[in-house]
Design a protein around this ligand. Structure first.
Ligand code: HEC
Length: 125
């Protein structure tokens, strides 16, 4: 009996892990992840540029909101209803979140190539 329960538990765990790992289907046309409010992003974010600009970005809600504000200020992006904007930002932060694994520690100065702009290095020698 115990081993049957154990097996059931193990199977449930595997199924759960699989569900966590499963990535949403990609929209064939835009490449956006087809989940949640993805259609709001498709309808509002692709008039001026390709979805690649979005899918290659990653960031927190405030990062995404900052990009939207920048586009509104500089790139003629229109204003959104607050509710729409919130849904768009949530979708973006959930599906294109900050990527810790893309960050790395800076390279130690002694491992870097010589800096051509260092003081004195542009002088004729
Ligand atoms: C009115 C036109 C317009 C709309 C609509 C628009 N954008 Fe942009 N967006 C721009 C322009 C212009 C750029 C700069 C393009 C470039 O650098 O080639 C840009 C750049 C970007 C970038 C790249 C920023 C970077 O760091 O290089 C991202 C990400 C982005 N937009 C996301 C979005 C999202 C998300 C939406 C929907 C909420 C959206 N855009 C809607 C005009 C727009």
């Amino acid at each position: 009996m115990q081993s049957i329960l154990g097996l059931a538990g193990f199977t449930a765990l595997v199924a759960f892990g699989h569900a966590l790992a499963a990535e949403p289907e990609l929209d064939a046309f835009t490449g956006l992840k087809k989940t949640g409010d993805w259609e709001l992003v498709r309808n509002n974010c692709l008039a001026c540029h390709s979805a690649r600009l979005i899918t290659q970005q990653s960031g927190s809600k405030s990062h995404w909101l900052g990009l939207i504000r920048w586009m509104q200020e500089k790139q003629n992006l229109w204003q959104f209803e607050p509710e729409t904007e919130q849904k768009i930002v949530s979708y973006l932060a959930q599906n294109y979140p900050p990527q810790e694994d893309r960050r790395r520690a800076p390279i130690a100065a002694n491992l870097m190539p010589p800096n051509p702009y260092a003081p004195g290095s542009l002088d004729d020698k």
